[in-house]
Design a protein around this ligand. Structure first.
Ligand SMILES: Cc1cc2nc3c(=O)[nH]c(=O)nc-3n(C[C@H](O)[C@H](O)[C@H](O)COP(=O)(O)OP(=O)(O)OC[C@H]3O[C@@H](n4cnc5c(N)ncnc54)[C@H](O)[C@@H]3O)c2cc1C
Length: 370
């Protein structure tokens, strides 16, 4: 689209998670008039660390915010998979993207704060929970629960796994339980019993349990994630520390000791959900992005990265296409095959034996064995 068309384009983004904030950055750099509406009254993410892949870091470099992200993260050279007891299974460097070779390990809250801090003043509107959306073909009207109404030429639904935009316009499908729980905590490095040795991500695999050890050495901390098969689909299940310790029997003693010392009140306990692939990602004036379009299980560590790459692809499509309508077609063509595949392989976290142990004869619909 030409520069003056982009300058006249009013874009409303619903949701200021990683996807919405990244889209706000990328789309505002095109010169468009961007506003972001977030239901929460402050922007924050619960504990635990994530890895920002080389492809995401390349996007940040293109948007001029690489340094802001790198300042609150640690560069990792490789990841390693080990048995429960610590025997090496495989070790590999991160997939390179252009000149970027490292994955940057970052605390979820540091990441959203750094990302939002790079947005122009006045772009983010907190306390705006979308109630309804009306698609008018060449634009859309958003109504928020605080009574505000907004008109936009293009609406980006970046409102997460339970997306209101998706539900009201594109798909009635609901989140799918993955048959597993994730217990996540951030601990000080000196309480991690020697698990923090460098800046590399390690995953320890036991039967029906995986432990992700993600160092945050710039914070002198460790992000510690225990993912277990469990049939309880309650979004925030009640699980005791003893239950978790039982799943860690036979693991490296540094892991068991770290788990035993956790302050259980500070551990984030979540059932894991994703969605089936969504056929319709957009109309001519409304488009889905991030988890709203393709929420996936965390086994490939690609949910946040996919949201960021969506944002870059949407901006590229708007820059290169002749109209918003054409751009949305190009965006979906570029991203959906990739995220469909990531959704599929992210459901392959467990062996048939492990699934049979926990779900004899009736494994969750989302699970296919490795
Ligand atoms: C604890 C945890 C650990 C994870 N670990 C990893 C990892 O290691 N690597 C990885 O790549 N991914 C990971 N993920 C997944 C990753 O966080 C998500 O894929 C990513 O956050 C998706 O970003 P998003 O912006 O699309 O959605 P979200 O982060 O869900 O953001 C959606 C935003 O929309 C807002 N919103 C929702 N409804 C409305 C409404 N009606 N009106 C206005 N605003 C609304 C929400 O408040 C939220 O701010 C993890 C997820 C969790 C929960």
């Amino acid at each position: 689209m030409n520069t003056s068309d982009l300058k006249n384009l009013n874009i409303a983004i619903v949701g200021a998670g990683y996807g919405g904030a990244a889209a706000a950055k990328a789309l505002s750099l095109l010169g468009a008039n961007v506003n972001v509406y977030e239901q929460a009254t402050e922007v924050r993410e619960v504990g635990a660390g994530i890895g920002l892949r080389p492809s995401s870091m390349a996007a940040f470099r293109q948007w001029g915010i690489f340094d802001a992200i790198a300042a609150v993260s640690s560069a990792s050279d490789y990841f390693e998979i080990l048995s429960a007891g610590g025997d090496p299974i495989m070790k590999d460097t991160w997939p390179e993207f252009g000149n970027e070779k490292n994955t940057y390990l970052i605390h979820r809250n540091d990441f959203i704060e750094a990302l939002v801090s790079t947005l122009p003043d006045g772009m983010l509107h907190l306390g705006h929970k979308l109630e309804s959306i009306e698609d008018k073909g060449d634009g859309a009207t958003l109504t928020f629960t605080n009574g505000t109404t907004v008109e936009a030429d293009l609406v980006v639904g970046a409102d997460g796994i339970k997306s209101t935009v998706r539900k009201q316009l594109f798909s009635d499908q609901v989140p799918q339980f993955a048959g597993e729980h994730a217990y996540r905590a951030v601990v000080d490095a000196d309480a991690a019993h020697g698990l923090v040795v460098d800046d590399n991500l390690r995953m320890y695999i036991g039967k029906g349990t995986k432990v992700y050890v993600l160092p945050l050495r710039h914070r002198d901390q460790l992000s510690f994630d225990v993912t277990v098969l469990n049939p309880d689909s309650t979004w925030t299940p009640e699980v005791s520390q003893e239950d978790m310790l039982a799943t860690l029997e036979g693991f490296d003693e540094r892991i068991v000791n770290t788990a035993r010392d956790l302050d259980w009140a500070k551990v984030s306990i979540r059932a894991v959900y994703d969605i089936d692939p969504v056929d319709t990602w957009h109309s001519d004036a409304v488009v889905l992005l991030g988890d709203a379009a393709h929420s996936m299980c965390h086994h490939q560590g690609q949910g946040a990265n996919s949201a960021i790459l969506d944002a870059g692809a949407l901006a590229d499509a708007l820059r290169d296409a002749g109209s918003v309508k054409e751009a949305l077609v190009e965006y979906k063509a570029a991203r959906k095959p990739v995220t469909d595949e990531l959704q599929r392989i992210s459901r392959q976290g467990w062996t048939e034996d492990e699934l049979n142990d926990v779900f004899p004869g009736q494994k969750p619909a989302t699970q296919s064995q490795v």
